[in-house]
Design a protein around this ligand. Sequence first.
Ligand SMILES: Cc1cc2nc3c(=O)[nH]c(=O)nc-3n(C[C@H](O)[C@H](O)[C@H](O)COP(=O)(O)OP(=O)(O)OC[C@H]3O[C@@H](n4cnc5c(N)ncnc54)[C@H](O)[C@@H]3O)c2cc1C
Length: 483
Amino acid sequence: MVFSGDRRRFPALPAFPTYQLRCAGTCPTWPVMTAVLHIVGGGMAGSEAAWQAAQMGVDVIIHEMRPKVGTFAHKTGNLAEMVCSNSFRSDDSEQNAVGLLHWEMRAAGGLIMSAADAHRLPAGGALAVDRDIFAQSVTARLMAHPRVTVSYEEITTLPEAGSWIVATGPLTSAGLGAAIQAETGREALAFFDAIAPIVYFDSIDMSKAWMQSRYDKGETEQERTAYLNCPMDKAQYEAFIDALLAAEKTEFHDGETAGYFDGCLPIEVMAERGRETPRHGPMKPVGLTNPHQPEIKAHAVVQLRRDNALGTLYNIVGFQTKMKYGAQTEVLRMIPGLEDAIFARLGGIHRNTFLNSPRLLDDRMRLKSRPNIRFAGQITGVEGYVESAAMGLLAGRMVAAELLGQSIAPPSPMTATGALITHITGGADAKTFQPMNVNFGLFPPVEGMKGGRRGRKDRYKAYTDRAKEHWHAWLGQTALDAA
Ligand SMILES: Cc1cc2nc3c(=O)[nH]c(=O)nc-3n(C[C@H](O)[C@H](O)[C@H](O)COP(=O)(O)OP(=O)(O)OC[C@H]3O[C@@H](n4cnc5c(N)ncnc54)[C@H](O)[C@@H]3O)c2cc1C
C-alpha cells in the first residue's frame, strides 16, 4: 500500500472511522482521505498542532522521517526533540514576551508546555527541562491519543488533496525542500538565515543618529528618510574594527555549511578580508549629511532600516554576524547612537530552511497557491522552540476548526501568538524577510505608556495584561471538545 512507513499506534485504540485509503490501478502518491489532518514533521510545531487538532476532535496522522532519515542535529527518533539548548527561555509571563507565549500555550492546553512543566529542571527564571524525558513524554502522549497515528516516513512531495500542515522545521529534508521550491519559486525558500541584529527604535539615541536615505533618494518624504544613520569618526571606526576582529565567534555545526554562499558574509568576515572592506560595503559614508554636525564628514556610517510596519524595530543593515551573543552586544554598543541599545534579537547565520511567509502565506497560515496546505513552526520564519510550538498550536486549531465546519480568525496582534503571526504573514517586509523570535517590538504600542528604558516594567506589564485578555477571548472561539 502507499503507506510504506512504519505506522505505530497502540493496538487497543479504536480505528479512525473517517480515514479512507483508495488505490486503484497505479497507486497515487497521495491517499485520498476525508476529515483527516496530515502533519509532516513531528517536531515542536507538528507535535503541538497534532495535539490541538486531536483534542478538538480531528483524526491526525503525523508523518515523521526520523529515525529512518536523520538530520545533522537530531539524535533520537523521539517527537519534539530539542536539538540544542534544553531551555524554553524565560517563564516570566508579566515582563517577557517568551514567558507570555508560555502562558498563552498553557491557557490553550498545550502539550509542549504541559510536558515541559512536568519535566522542568531548576533554572532560575527560565523554563529548562530534562530533554530526553520531555521528548519521550510528548511522544508517548501523542501515541496514546486515540485520534493520533504516527507514520515513520519521509514525505518528499507536496500533497494534491486533503488537509495538510507542513512543519518540517529548519532542517527540512532535501527532497521536500525541492518540492516546496518547485511550488513557490527558488527565491521564496531559503536554506540559511542571515540575521542582522534588531534594535528597539526607542532605545536609539537620536541626538547622535538621524533619518536619511542615501542621496535623499525616494519619491516621498517617508522614502527619503527611510534609513536611520549612525556616524563614526576615524578613531571610532578603527576601534570598532579591532573589536569586531577580536570578538568571540560561533562555529558552524558539522554538516551545516553545505550551500553557504558569499551573499550573506558576516560583517566580521568582511573586516577580516580588509580593514577598509566594511567602509566600502555596509558602512560606506557616502550620500549622507549629519544634521547634528553638517560641517563634519563621517568616516563611516552604520545604517539601520525599519523592520516592521509599526516602526518599533530597526535592523542594522548588512550586519549579519557569527559573533557570540555577549560579544555582539558589547561590540554593537560601540556604534555611536547605540550605546544604550536594547536588542529585540541578536544577529546570526544558521542552517535554516524558511519560507518567505509574508509573500506566500495568508493570515491563516495557508499557502496562497495551495490553500489545502498550511505551514507551521520554524519553516514559517519564526525562530525558537517556543515560537515554533506556538505556530503549531495556531495551525492545529485553525485547520481543525475548518475540518469541523467552523472558521476562526487569527488571534489579535495584541497577544504574543497573534503578534508573531501578524508579523510573519503581513507586518514584516517580504523583500528583506528573515526569521524572527517573539518580542514586545512586534506588539502594537500601548497608548500613553512611556518609551525607552524608563517605564519599561510598567509598559511590559501593560502589554502582557492586555495580551491575556485578548487571548482568553480568542480561545473562546475554539473550545476544546475533548475530555
Ligand atoms: C542546530 C540547531 C540548533 C538550534 N538550537 C536551538 C536552541 O538552542 N533553542 C531554540 O529555541 N531553538 C533552537 N533551534 C531552532 C529549533 O530547531 C527550532 O526552534 C524548533 O525545533 C523548530 O521546531 P519545528 O517543529 O519547526 O522543527 P523541528 O523541531 O526541527 O521539527 C521538524 C521535524 O520534521 C521532520 N522532518 C523534516 N523533513 C521531513 C520530511 N520531508 N518528512 C517527514 N519529516 C520531516 C524532522 O525530522 C523533525 O522531527 C536550533 C536549530 C538548529 C538547526
